[in-house]
Design a protein around this ligand. Sequence first.
Ligand SMILES: *Cc1c(COP(=O)(O)O)cnc(C)c1O
Ligand code: SF4
Length: 311
Amino acid sequence: MWQQILRTNYRSWPELARDLELDEKLGSSYAPFPLNLPRRLAAKIEKGNRQDPILLQFLPYPAKVGKSSFCADPVGDRAAKKAPRLLHKYRGRALLLASSACAMHCRYCFRQYFDYAKGEVNFEQELAAIKTDSSVSEVILSGGDPLSLSNSHLKNLIEQLEGIDHLKRLRFHSRFPIGIPERLDAEFRSLLPKRLQTYFVIHCNHPRELDEEILRALKNLRVPLLNQSVLLKNVNDNLETLKELSDTLLNGGILPYYLHQLDQVKGAEAFEVEEDKGRELIRQLTACMSGYGVPKYVREIAGQPNKSPLL
Ligand SMILES: *Cc1c(COP(=O)(O)O)cnc(C)c1O
Ligand code: SF4
């Protein structure tokens, strides 16, 4: 079911431009990280509006010569690789690059140049590394998007993780439900851990990405829900949008977790917001909503033992 929906994603910019009544010259068929956008998310883009905050996140714009600080590996992922599909950067937490595939391609993605392990899905080396390191109490399933894995691969992986005694928690990081909430089907719910405490972190930047169906599917998981966002110029760098995003999340039972300063990845230059502006937005947000609706404003700095608070 969800695989069939995934196959209908927009992958051709001229086709999307036509359906959105936009000038094809606005974007390009940017090859290294091509357009990939689920139809139901594309349907939320206002026709003819080249500044639409959802469109801007996915529009394959022509490559520009950017600031030199923007590079292919801005957060030092390569240095944190402990096995082909395992990053271990922070104490107690190991991150599994469960899949290189995503339900969509976000233009600002800091892993868009990541050299993912290729070939058959196999986590033998990663599981062995986690087993031998008893300091790891939490595994984060990330990627790409871990929900790109089939249910049978996920089930197998989760069963093996459940068998590692020193693991206590499992965390999903996924943007899949924003594009294809059908992914959270009954079979997926049934393979969630029994022993490990599970957290599900979605990645949503603008309130319009959410709707009743998505929120219902998430709530049905019956696990704690969190959200992380990236502060993106012309997408969510204003108080009204951030407030509406937090309100929509809280009303849906999702706690705002992080607001990330943009990682300086090549090609994402146009999305950068000054840190001072980000700090001011967080101050304003704090003044107008429940404390638990204000995300932590952080930046990832290569080599640091944690995400660095900016406020
Ligand atoms: C962000 C990140 C984590 C999780 O950090 P938290 O602050 O616990 O959310 C873990 N490992 C890696 C490699 C990360 O980039
Ligand atoms: S990893 Fe996340 S941010 Fe990057 S393209 Fe995939 S869904 Fe988008």
